[in-house]
Design a protein around this ligand. Structure first.
Ligand code: NAP
Length: 306
């Protein structure tokens, strides 16, 4: 890991140094009616130093991957991390359903290879469903992690995956996956939801990158938002920054092992998020935010947004 506890700089994931402010591509789903607009947002990110994109084939059924392929497909300098473990659920009660079985994982890797237009995936997160927020597995979708890791390490041996990560797990899950050589962990984590603070420490001790999803609390209705916290709003007013910038700056300064992947469909918001690289919170602000009582993630209300 690159031990540089400054807002900008790089973090090492899978032996690749990437800018600490990356881009979570899930919000591009909201632009599926306008692929050119989605491509513009992503191109803007890459033109302004983003070299770490987070995606999944199940983000609008391959749409987000197709945008990444069109914009970044020929660029070897862009690190693309994807996730497997769910699949679109058209017409179902929820927009996604679990796809945790080993044969489904293998098929999802093939789908990602195809839609991203590559022979090898830089990083694949096994998206478990052990902890929320989000889907929980039922019936034959409750699969032992060892069976899944066996499939994924085989795919790595076959040269289809360069590196493995794990997502939506508890600390025992991380410990269980460490011998498989996982290089990054993704759980929900932000100023409003610090239940996995101990897991961040575990990852730091093991040289594993911590890539929090919902770094601003996510877009889904029902989830607590970092930008609505009074202490965040106060700090933003005092420092002349936006509330989002305060939330992201706190994450960057909280641990050098955090790689950010904030999601946005707005170029203006993207610029704000990238500018966090040059924002350094003073000691008093950090101390105030450090002791903020997390309100908890909340529960996703699925009906209104995929
Ligand atoms: N491993 C997993 O299970 C998992 C689960 C969920 C997400 N993820 C990944 O994590 C990434 C980040 O999570 P996320 O996108 O769900 O949530 P997030 O980054 O916490 O928040 C996204 C929301 O914040 C808004 N936003 C972003 N920048 C802003 C700014 N500067 N000012 C005001 N609002 C701003 C976005 O709206 P606008 O579009 O209007 O800016 C959107 O509503 C995803 O994109 C995805 O790649 C992984």
């Amino acid at each position: 890991m690159t031990m540089q506890n400054t807002p900008g700089g790089t973090v090492t994931i899978a032996r690749r140094d990437v800018a600490r402010i990356g881009y979570g591509a899930m919000q591009l789903e909201r632009l599926s009616h306008d692929p050119d607009a989605a491509a513009s947002v992503l191109r803007h990110a890459l033109d302004h130093g983003v070299d770490h994109i987070d995606t999944a084939e199940f983000y609008r059924n391959g749409f987000v991957n197709s945008v990444i392929r069109s914009v970044a497909g020929v660029r070897n300098d862009v690190f693309v991390a994807t996730k497997i473990g769910a699949t679109p659920n058209p017409g179902g009660p929820l927009p996604l359903r679990a796809a945790q079985r080993p044969e489904q994982l293998r098929a999802s890797v093939e789908d990602n290879l195809r839609s991203l237009g590559t022979d090898i995936l830089d990083l694949v997160y096994l998206r478990r469903m052990d902890v929320g927020p989000g889907l929980r597995p039922e019936g034959d979708q409750i699969v032992p992690m060892d069976d899944q890791l066996a499939t994924l390490t085989a795919l790595r041996d076959e040269g289809k995956i360069a590196a493995l990560g794990i997502s939506a797990v508890d600390a025992d899950g991380v410990r269980h996956a460490l011998p498989a050589g996982i290089t990054a962990v993704q759980n929900a984590y932000s100023l409003v939801d610090r239940q996995f603070e101990g897991m961040l420490e575990l990852c730091s001790a093991e040289g594993v990158a911590w890539v929090p999803y919902f770094p601003l609390g996510g877009a889904f209705p029902g989830l607590a938002k970092v930008t609505e916290q009074p202490a965040v709003l106060d700090a933003a007013t005092r420092l002349g920054a936006t509330p989002s910038q305060i939330g992201l700056a706190w994450l960057l300064q909280h641990s050098p092992d955090i790689a950010l992947i904030p999601g946005t469909a707005s170029i203006e918001h993207l610029d704000e998020n990238l500018a966090v690289a040059s924002i350094e919170l003073d000691a008093e602000t950090l101390a105030t935010l450090d002791v903020l009582e997390p309100v908890g993630a909340g529960e996703i209300q699925w009906a209104t947004e995929v």
